[in-house]
Design a protein around this ligand. Structure first.
Ligand SMILES: NC(=O)c1ccc[n+]([C@@H]2O[C@H](COP(=O)([O-])OP(=O)(O)OC[C@H]3O[C@@H](n4cnc5c(N)ncnc54)[C@H](O)[C@@H]3O)[C@@H](O)[C@H]2O)c1
Length: 443
């Protein structure tokens, strides 16, 4: 069993550290956010992720999982150091590697022996070389340091299961010894392991996210065309997805992708290409199609409000960028709410866990509802923005009674249009047929 330090205790670092502790290793999760470390030391989670808190507390009690802001001590005591800090876009839209640089410098300063340094942050090709150079520059001692790229593919909302049952593990390294060290960490998971060089590994992560984003923008493009020819995009998605070369996953049309990864990773890859004189036109189209999907949805809401939002109320169900998380980074719901407020609408909103994060951003500009049905009270339109399970079986008879108007905009295509219409409500989806004609079998 290994002694592991994780620098950066966010969604990826905390899940990684907790899961490695669960697998029997001794792990210290490090962060320069003192409040975050104190929260974790007190046995509380800094964000919502299903099953995570129970696993943290169990491993903390077993003495295998520690939290500290003393990066130097944590690095000094560990054989393997993961870098899991954020790599957001900076104000100019470029990948901000300052946290990665700071983490590498801290490792260099704390170097007391040989280390395996594993980059889990999503970073542009060549960052592995940058990390190695920064560690060397900051170290006064001459110890062997192997820098490995080991990108993370977990999804927020199912992060523990994704980490523990990965489709594959990617290890990018030039060193057979480092490969053996990292392989050993994942051995008990029994997942296929792809071993490659550092640059290829860094590229795999970007290519994976760019492909997922492309699938989403592709389905949104098809949905927008379906809307114009009265065809149901859900049936189209099934009809093409059952072809194994295409697949049924990540095939839902809707209001677009958000979160801290897909938007930034598509842009980072496009910039990486631009920096090498390649105009990545497909990636640009993926990003612009995604941005346009907000406008497409807004147009549907405005039409449902009779073209004028002033004095109207929209009940918004779902605020997080996806279900099962409280993360609102790049959440389409927030963009839509801001546009609706600017157009003069009042917004009543509900989310099972993300309302606190939204209040910190939007303050009292909207009404936060404890119960989902409260958000529909007196609303002219209902907008489903995040497909939490609890919204999928809404009682539309109740919805009809509570609402002032009768417009239901299903931004995630989860409602059955016929059930909605049966209550005298007007259903608007993203690429859904207006009138169910023909025979559709989705099961
Ligand atoms: N969130 C995801 O679903 C996901 C999935 C796969 C990969 N990734 C990638 O993983 C990386 C981390 O993402 P995240 O969502 O966990 O980020 P996050 O913002 O949730 O967490 C980053 C953490 O790093 C800490 N930090 C920053 N600089 C530090 C420093 N110098 N020393 C110590 N701590 C420092 C921050 O305080 C924060 O707690 C990113 O590169 C991201 O693209 C994220």
């Amino acid at each position: 069993m290994k002694r592991i330090a994780i620098i950066g205790t966010g969604y990826v670092g905390l899940v990684t550290g907790t899961c490695f502790a669960e697998l029997g290793n001794t792990v210290v999760c490090l962060d320069n956010d003192l409040q975050r470390i104190e929260t974790l030391q007190a046995g509380r989670a800094p964000f919502y992720e299903p099953q995570l808190l129970e696993m943290i507390v169990r491993n903390q009690r077993a003495g295998r999982l520690m939290f500290s802001s003393d990066v130097a001590a944590g690095v000094g005591d560990s054989e393997i150091i993961f870098i899991a800090v954020g790599t957001p876009l900076d104000a100019g839209g470029k990948t901000d590697l300052s946290a990665v640089r700071a983490a590498a410098a801290a490792i260099g300063r704390a170097l007391t022996g040989p280390k395996t340094v594993v980059s889990k942050s999503t970073v542009p090709v060549e960052t592995g070389e940058l990390i190695a150079a920064i560690i060397a520059e900051n170290s006064s001692q001459d110890h062997r340091v192997d820098v490995v790229s080991n990108p993370e593919f977990l999804r927020q909302g199912s992060a523990i299961a994704d980490f523990m049952q990965p489709d594959r593990v990617v290890i990018g390294t030039h060193s057979a010894e480092a490969e053996a060290v990292v392989r050993d960490l994942y051995r008990s998971l029994g997942a296929p392991i792809v071993v490659t060089d550092v640059r290829t590994s860094e590229m795999i992560k970007y290519a994976a996210n760019a492909f997922l984003a492309t699938k989403i923008s592709f389905m949104n493009e098809i949905a927008n065309i379906c809307d114009r020819v009265d065809v149901d995009v859900k049936v189209v998605g099934l009809g093409i997805g059952l072809d194994h070369r295409i697949g049924t996953q990540v095939m839902n049309a809707g209001i677009g992708y958000g979160g801290s990864c897909l938007p930034k990773d598509v842009q980072s890859l496009e910039q990486l290409a631009a920096g090498r004189n390649y105009d990545a036109q497909l990636l640009q189209a993926v990003a612009s199609t995604n941005r346009r999907q907000i406008e497409v949805t807004l147009t549907k809401v405005m039409r449902a409000l009779g073209g004028d939002a002033a004095g109207k109320t929209v009940g918004v169900l779902g605020l997080a960028f996806k279900p099962n998380t409280d993360d609102i980074r790049e959440a389409p719901a927030i963009y839509l709410i801001e546009k609706l407020l600017a157009a003069g609408a009042a917004v009543r909103a509900h989310d099972p866990v993300a309302a606190g994060a939204v209040r910190a951003r939007l303050g009292d500009r909207i009404v936060y509802c404890e119960q989902m049905y409260e958000a529909l009270h007196g609303s002219d339109a209902l907008l489903l923005a995040t497909e939490w399970n609890e919204y999928k079986n809404l009682d539309f008879a109740m919805v009809r009674k509570l609402m002032r108007g009768n417009q239901v905009i299903d931004g995630r295509n989860v409602f059955d249009p016929e059930l909605v219409a049966a209550q005298g409500l007007d259903y608007v989806g993203i690429g859904r047929q207006k009138l169910a004609r023909g025979r559709h079998q989705l099961a």
